[in-house]
Each structure stands twice: as C-alpha cells, then as structure tokens.
Design a protein around this ligand. Structure first.
Ligand code: TRH
Length: 363
C-alpha cells in the first residue's frame, strides 16, 4: 500500500432517496479538496446523483466532477486498479471480482464499511471493529459516524462554520418566519400547514421537491406557490448540496430528515426538527430517542421538554399544535443552544479527517 494512500475507491448503491449518494458525494469531494486524494466514486444510479451535482452527464460511464472521478457502477464490473482505500458505503456489497482483486494485491487495501449514523451508544463500541474475511487475506473495518469522540464523527468541511457565519453577516433580515421543509410522506404535513396558516406572524415555508411538495399538494391542490392565512408556501427545485446548506443557514427553523440533511441542519445551528428514515420494528424511533437524549442533555429543563415534544410530535407521537406553539416561545434560547451544540460537535473529529487518519494507521 502506498504510504500516502493516494487512491480511494468509494462504492455506493442507491437504495432510495438521496442520503446514500449524498453522503458519498460529500465525502468524495472533501477527500479530494482537503486531503488531495484521487477518488473514484462508483455509483449504480447516476439519476440520484444528478440533483446533488447538476453537472453529472447521465450518458457517461466515467466522468470527472469537482475533481472526483464518477464511475457508473454496472455489472460485471471491470477491475483495472484497486485503490489504497476501499470504502464500501452502507454495506453495499462489493462485486466478487473486486474482492478477489483486493485479495490478490501485493499491498492489501484498507477496506472500510462506512455505516449509517446513529446516536445510540452501541455505535461507540462498534466503531473501528475489525472483521477478518472468512477465507481471503483481507480485513474489513466498520466505521461509524457519530456524536461522540469514540466514533468517526460527522462530515464537516474544514471551513464550513466560518462560511456559515460569513453568510449570516450578508443575510438581509426577513419580516417573516423562514422555515424549510424536507421530510417523508409520513410526516404530519397537513397538520403543520393548518397550524402555520393560523400563525399570528407571517411564515414563509420553503418546500423541498418530492415527498414534501407532494404532501403539500395533497393538502392544498395544484403545484403552488400557495398562500393561506399568514402562510406563504414556496416550493423550490432540488438544490445542489452547497446551495441547500445556504438555505438551511438562512432559515429560522429547518425541518430535516434521514441522515445528511439532519447533520447539515446541526451545522447550520438554527432550530431544527428531525424525521428519521423509517425502519422496520420502529428502529428509527429508538434512533430518535437516542439522539434526543444526547441533544437536549445540555438544555434548560424547559427547553429540553419543548424540543423533545416537538420532535416527538413531528414523528406522530404527540400534539403538534401545542408543541409548535411552545417551541416558538423558546426559539431564541434553542437557537443559541444550537450554536453551542454545533461548536461542541465540531470539537469531535470530522469524518473525512478521521477516516484518513484511521486508514493511514492500518498501513
Ligand atoms: O434523502 P434522504 O431521505 O436519505 C435517506 C437517509 O440517508 C437514510 O438514512 C437512508 O437510509 C436512505 O436515504 C436510503 O435524506 P438525507 O439523508 O437528508 O439526504 C438528502 C440529501 O439531499 C442530503 O445530502 C442533502 C441533499 N439535498 C440537496 O442537496 N438539495 C436539496 O434541495 C435537498 C432537499 C436535499
């Protein structure tokens, strides 16, 4: 293995939505930009990448965007060279041919299974665990993002918080409450709209395309923009990742979902509400509870109750109208808490940096 571990291959299979490719794309760009790695991103569905990176040409088998070589992953896969580091994102299962080539390499690559984010404490114990291949001379390591220093941390570009603060300085204050909405179809969107229409202050709701816009259209009909009571709804086209960040930085409250937008809302340090990706047997609700336990631990008792109630109500476990009303009353306190929360999280390793260090320790 080259001591520099210059060549990285990241493999991503898109299950649904944008989270898997969103995380891989963000990681790939950061490895190139900040760590000067040569990164190939193998993705089986270019259609899911294009909204995040509009430069992507759906007709090309390989192309270079933002310094990342993007390869359309089709089977059978051709193995030309094996990288120094192989990232198997979210247990996406590497092609057998590829694993055979890794085993045959004189210098075995560092093989990482990048896991989904959870605040559950078991992630601390499982982070960096080794799993030797049953028959081949290869070891796979499990790499867990997370909220503690015992995990791999969260993806955070090195200048992200400074860029956020510089942008805040340029923002013109709005006379309305600016809210962004990115959620799954199971969220109580119709109820939220009723509540916001009754709002005593003007509200501008920026509605993401896909499931959020469909839920709004289902309630109000047509494709918007809509106006009802004090509420103005503004559907937006899917934004490239960096522009979506800027929307989160501008808004007073961000409704986010899944994994990556959830993390970006924390870096935005504005009040936010999270809907986890639904999993079998209510596993997502355990994730929600585990996150809330960590997140509100440093809040005042009142703020903690209010934040928990709103997150739970947004996940259909409580009275949304009451929870929203109480949340608005403590919004400034939550906003300043979230700045401290983001600063504390930024004290943990950033995931790309942690990965680079971890892999170089395996040489
Ligand atoms: O799209 P998601 O629901 O992804 C989910 C989760 O990652 C989940 O854990 C995973 O199992 C499932 O996919 C398959 O939500 P998430 O994680 O927030 O990803 C959305 C990505 O889209 C994120 O990178 C932010 C980005 N985004 C934009 O770049 N522009 C936009 O306009 C919007 C709304 C999102």
């Amino acid at each position: 293995m080259s001591p520099m571990q210059l060549n990285w291959d990241i493999f991503c299979r898109v299950i649904d939505n944008y989270g898997d490719i969103g995380i891989c794309w963000r990681l790939a760009r950061q490895l190139v930009r900040e760590h000067h790695k040569r990164v190939r991103l193998w993705v089986d569905d270019l259609h899911s990448l294009r909204p995040l990176c509009p430069e992507v040409d759906l007709g090309l088998a390989t192309q270079c965007c933002h310094g990342v070589e993007i390869v359309h992953w089709t089977e059978p896969v051709a193995v030309d060279r094996v990288g120094d580091v192989i990232i198997e994102a979210f247990a996406c299962e590497l092609p057998a041919l590829w694993i055979a080539a890794m085993a045959a390499a004189t210098q075995k690559p560092c093989w990482i299974n990048l896991e989904y984010l959870t605040a559950e404490s078991w992630a601390d114990g499982c982070h960096a665990m080794a799993s030797p291949h049953p028959t081949l001379p290869l070891i796979k390591h499990f790499f867990f993002p997370g909220f503690s220093s015992a995990t791999g941390g969260l993806l955070r570009e090195h200048n992200l918080l400074a860029m956020r603060d510089a942008e805040a300085g340029r923002c013109v204050a709005s006379d309305a409450l600016e809210v962004s909405l990115f959620c799954y179809e199971s969220a109580p969107v119709a109820e939220l709209l009723d509540i916001l229409m009754d709002s005593p202050m003007p509200v501008r709701l920026h509605v993401a395309p896909g499931q959020p816009a469909a839920a709004v259209a289902n309630k109000l009909g047509s494709t918007g923009p809509w106006q009802g009571g004090n509420l103005k709804l503004l559907p937006f086209e899917f934004l490239p990742q960096d522009e979506y960040d800027r929307l989160l930085w501008r808004c007073d409250v961000n409704f986010v979902r899944g994994e990556d937008s959830f993390v970006r809302a924390q870096w935005a340090a504005r009040p936010f509400v999270w809907q986890p990706y639904q999993q079998a047997a209510g596993a997502h609700l355990e994730k929600l509870d585990a996150f809330l336990a960590r997140y509100v631990a440093g809040m005042s008792a009142n703020c903690a109750t209010v934040a928990v109630d709103l997150f739970q109500a947004w996940n259909s476990r409580g009275d949304l109208r009451q929870a929203w009303h109480d949340f608005l009353a403590v919004r400034p306190e939550i906003a300043s808490y979230n700045r401290r929360w983001a600063e504390n999280l930024a004290g943990n390793p950033d995931l790309a940096d942690a990965l680079v260090k971890f892999c170089s320790s395996k040489v």
